[in-house]
Design a protein around this ligand. Structure first.
Ligand code: IMP
Ligand code: MG
Length: 183
């Protein structure tokens, strides 16, 4: 979906499609370098990380497998509740694997710090976190993030997997949702 179709529902574009393509290649190169000679298990958090996972995984040169978790912390609103539930767990054991958590965005950081701890306690050989976007509040929590695609201001954004009430995930850039859409 291109910008034109949602022009009247967004206030500005924060990250363009071109910027995304360039940054994803850089992130993949960092992963290739750190994990050279190893295989990684990419753990994606549904559904927001779907687009990022698809692009990042294909940009990697090292071997990788994929698994998915679905967590809930937000409900349908725009403010984090801090309560995390597993809606769908991983399909397979992660014991001894090099796990890379692939996240769409770190806001409060509550989801990630909980998830990283959970996967470590399952006996992964290593756990790293790669997040496509990060908001300023993430600094308040001790989140173990290795790589971040883009640091963005504290605004509600949609696109490239990120939704508002399940909409706008297929937008090919990251844009600030016009508050009139949710108020
Ligand atoms: P956290 O636990 O507060 O870090 O929440 C992270 C999750 O909230 C992300 O994985 C997103 O699904 C959702 N989220 C946070 N900020 C936004 C946003 O600006 N747009 C869409 N979803 C968001
Ligand atoms: Mg979401």
């Amino acid at each position: 979906m291109n910008l034109e179709s949602v022009k009247n529902q967004i206030t500005k574009v924060l990250v363009t499609e071109e910027q995304i393509v360039g940054r994803v290649a850089e992130l993949a190169a960092e992963i290739d370098a750190k994990y050279a000679g190893k295989e990684v298990l990419l753990v994606g958090v549904l559904k927001g990380a779907v687009m990022f996972m698809a692009d990042l995984s294909r940009a990697l040169q090292i071997p990788s497998t994929m698994d998915w978790m679905a967590l809930s912390s937000y409900g349908s609103g725009t403010v984090s509740s801090g309560v995390i539930r597993i809606l769908k767990d991983l399909d397979a054991e992660i014991h001894g694997k090099h796990v890379i958590i692939v996240e769409d965005i770190i806001d409060s950081g509550l989801t990630l710090s909980w998830l990283a701890g959970t996967l470590e306690s399952r006996g992964a050989a290593s756990v790293d976190v790669v997040a496509f976007l990060r908001k300023p509040d993430a600094a308040k929590v001790d989140v173990p993030v290795w790589l971040v695609g883009f640091d963005i201001p504290n605004e509600f954004v949609v696109g490239y997997g990120l939704d508002y009430n399940e909409h706008y995930r297929t937008l090919n850039c990251v844009a600030v949702l016009d508050p009139k859409v949710y108020s």
